[in-house]
Design a protein around this ligand. Structure first.
Ligand SMILES: Nc1nc2c(ncn2[C@@H]2O[C@H](COP(=O)(O)OP(=O)(O)O)[C@@H](O)[C@H]2O)c(=O)[nH]1
Ligand SMILES: [Mg+2]
Length: 326
């Protein structure tokens, strides 16, 4: 009886090893090591509402021509977007009045929205002008990571920030991120990331969250720690600031287009040993999140494991040959 049981265990072990081996072979041969960044022709242009002309976006590979680019990924955000944009544009206008050499642009990336997100955003472009405010309309939904990436690849700033469309972060906290970034990287050619963080709010959020969400949150943090990122406490905050040099490296190497993209970015940053600093930001939970607690977290868990596995076996690689910096 015992011998039979042992034999069965042996078979099972053998099968598991074989399955793992086959998975690795399939991953190695079926996965492209570098991301294939898809961008349709219509997605290469923005509309200038004054002249009603479409103009080609510049490239992240070009030299920078202004101080800050703000990328706002927006998927069906007609309701939540105006409050965020009002706060952001008022802050930036005031800042550039106080510091005349502070120049900026905002790029709203509609991620294949089916509501009025694009027309809401275009109104801001009309009011502020297409030099300060551009709309990138993706014809197909990519997921937050894909939308942020295409916005970054179209931006002109020496520093590039991405910020969620719901205005959950107080936009004025950009100043804190900028201060942290300039002490890590005084110039845009240097590497650095300032990461908005809600880690200091964890105890408070546990008090207001349901038990299930708290368990999922801890489970997620543990998975992130095991599989990907160890030096950052809050990987998911939608408020991160990069130097142009770092944005070039990371967004050209990014594979994940869905929610786990932040984790891949920070995983890459750790591997490339880029300087990072986590900065506490003010945060308000805004109604209308489209993340369903259970399924999105399950999907993120799987994505995390797959990020780890693909880089481990070499199916994904870091885009090593970086273009010459202008
Ligand atoms: N749900 C969702 N949000 C997206 C997508 N692409 C971009 N986003 C943007 O990602 C940001 C974060 O979304 P939100 O629903 O507030 O998620 P949460 O704050 O992490 O719970 C918002 O700016 C969304 O508009 C997408 O495909 N789905
Ligand atoms: Mg949100």
């Amino acid at each position: 009886m015992l011998a039979l049981l042992l034999q069965l265990c042996g078979y099972l072990l053998g099968l598991t090893v074989l399955a793992a081996f086959l998975t690795i072979i399939v991953l190695l041969y079926k996965t492209q090591p570098y991301p294939n960044i898809k961008r349709y022709k219509d997605e290469k242009f923005y509309l200038d509402p004054d002249t009603i002309k479409t103009i080609a976006f510049p490239s992240l590979d070009d030299p920078p021509t202004l101080e800050l680019s703000v990328i706002v990924p927006a998927y069906n955000e007609q309701q939540r977007l105006p409050a965020m944009l009002d706060e952001c544009m008022a802050f930036l206008a005031q800042k550039s009045q106080q510091q005349p050499d502070f120049s900026y642009e905002v790029i709203v990336v509609s991620d294949g929205s089916s509501d009025a997100t694009v027309s809401v955003a275009l109104k801001y472009s009309k009011i502020h002008g297409a030099d300060k405010f551009r709309v990138l309309e993706l014809v197909e939904n990519r997921g937050k990571g894909g939308a942020v990436r295409l916005g970054m690849l179209s931006a002109r700033g020496r520093q590039l920030l991405f910020a969620d469309a719901d205005g959950a972060t107080k936009f004025a906290d950009y100043d804190k991120l900028a201060e942290a970034l300039s002490s890590l990287a005084p110039e845009w050619r240097h590497d650095g990331i300032a990461i908005g963080s809600r880690a200091h709010l964890e105890d408070e959020s546990i008090a207001t969250r349901s038990f299930l969400r708290t368990i999922l949150m801890h489970g997620f943090h543990t998975l992130v720690w095991i599989f990907a990122v160890r030096s950052v406490r809050d990987t998911q905050c939608g408020f991160k600031l990069f130097t142009r040099a770092t944005a070039r490296k990371l967004f050209n190497s990014l594979h994940v287009q869905r929610w786990a993209f932040d984790v891949e970015l920070l995983y890459l940053a750790e591997r490339l040993q880029l300087p990072m600093s986590e900065v506490a930001v003010r945060w308000t939970e805004i109604e209308g999140s489209k993340l369903s607690p259970f399924w999105s977290w399950l999907q993120m868990g799987i994505d995390l494991f797959m990020i780890w596995l693909r880089y481990m076996v070499g199916a994904w690689r870091v885009a090593a040959s970086q273009k010459k910096e202008n």
